[in-house]
Design a protein around this ligand. Structure first.
Ligand code: SF4
Ligand code: SF4
Ligand code: SF4
Length: 316
């Protein structure tokens, strides 16, 4: 569907989400490019986010599923560093491997068959710092009845905790499962891309804290160019499985404001392979509901009018 200024309202490429949300003279849209190939899993980003936003702790319980103790994004976890352990077939040398017995980064050829090992396989760890995608078409925002979720002048999507009424509509609307209600009071929370810091000319706390520049913050157009160069560089180095996720402006959500360089299929990281904004068909649904309601009213009116007309024509 197209709105009055000619841009797609619910789906498709959207060059100026901030402008279409009513922000005049908006600054360039900003976002995150998370290059997971250089993430070391230190969780400085998670900690910085908690500290800056004064988020409550998550229980610090051991899940028994590797070093990942938060498991996913949630109301109190706005950054989540996934640890994915994968067996690597013997002879794979193109990625840094982690020797299963030492726990230390292995030499590039350590994945090769070694004497005394069954198959010579090693283990590699994929680490990725996940976050709200700040979608171009954000279904969470579309369904929010209170205006708690809004589009900022930077093109990001923010939820205001003092306006959220706890209805929870945004939770199933998000195609990535990002936003969550806090069990204690029902209000919804997620990453704000540090709206307060952006307003003061600062970069988000998580990007500032990342020691390897896995999390890169900046104007979205620049990040997309940088990401394309990085993929090319990795492919030239033989790392052919490197791929971008969420960067295309014509994908199912009109492009993510936070996109990723992944080292495997998105499903491996728990990301949907082909996300679609859940409100894409909203306009068509309202149109069909309107036609159905009109048909119902017309049918009811005719059921009263026709017998009356028949009686009148019988009398004449
Ligand atoms: S990822 Fe989910 S919570 Fe974040 S902007 Fe998109 S729809 Fe909203
Ligand atoms: S941008 Fe700010 S709120 Fe979002 S994950 Fe990073 S530190 Fe947390
Ligand atoms: S701070 Fe950077 S390197 Fe450390 S876990 Fe987060 S993204 Fe990875």
């Amino acid at each position: 569907m197209r709105d009055i200024v000619g841009n797609h309202l619910f789906s498709g490429p959207e060059p100026d989400p901030a402008g279409d949300a009513g922000h005049e003279n908006a600054p360039p849209r900003v976002g995150f490019f998370t290059d997971t190939s250089v993430c070391i899993g230190c969780k400085a980003c998670e900690v910085a986010c908690k500290e800056w936003n004064a988020l409550p702790e998550d229980g610090l319980s051991l899940t028994g599923m590797s070093y990942d103790n938060t498991v996913g994004l949630g109301a109190s976890t706005w950054r989540h560093v996934a640890f994915i352990e994968q067996p690597v077939p013997a002879g794979r040398t193109e990625l840094p491997l982690l020797a299963p017995d030492s726990g230390k980064p292995a030499a590039p050829d350590s994945g090769k068959q070694e004497a005394g090992q069954d198959d010579g396989a090693g283990v590699r760890w994929l680490m990725s710092s996940d976050v709200c995608k700040h979608c171009t078409h954000a279904a969470c925002l579309d369904v929010c009845p209170t205006g708690s979720l809004f589009r900022t002048e930077f093109g990001t999507v923010v939820v205001q905790e003092d306006i959220c009424n706890g209805c929870g509509y945004c939770v199933p609307a998000c195609p990535y499962g990002v936003i969550e209600q806090r069990p204690t009071d029902g209000r919804a929370f997620k990453c704000t891309m540090c709206y307060d810091r952006l307003g003061a000319g600062q970069e988000p706390a998580c990007a500032k804290a990342c020691p390897t520049e896995s999390i890169q913050f900046g104007p979205l157009d620049e990040l997309r160019e940088r990401a394309a160069l990085r993929v090319e560089q990795l492919h030239d180095a033989g790392v052919t499985e490197a791929r971008l996720y969420g960067h295309e402006p014509d994908n199912g959500v009109g492009g993510d404001g936070a996109f990723f360089l992944l080292m495997d299929e998105p499903e491996v990281y728990g990301l949907p392979p082909d996300p679609v904004v859940t409100t894409r068909d909203l306009a068509a649904m309202w149109r069909h509901a309107g036609i159905a309601a009109l048909s119902l009213v017309t049918g009811a009116a005719l059921s009263f009018a026709l017998p009356a007309l028949t009686r009148r024509s019988g009398r004449t």
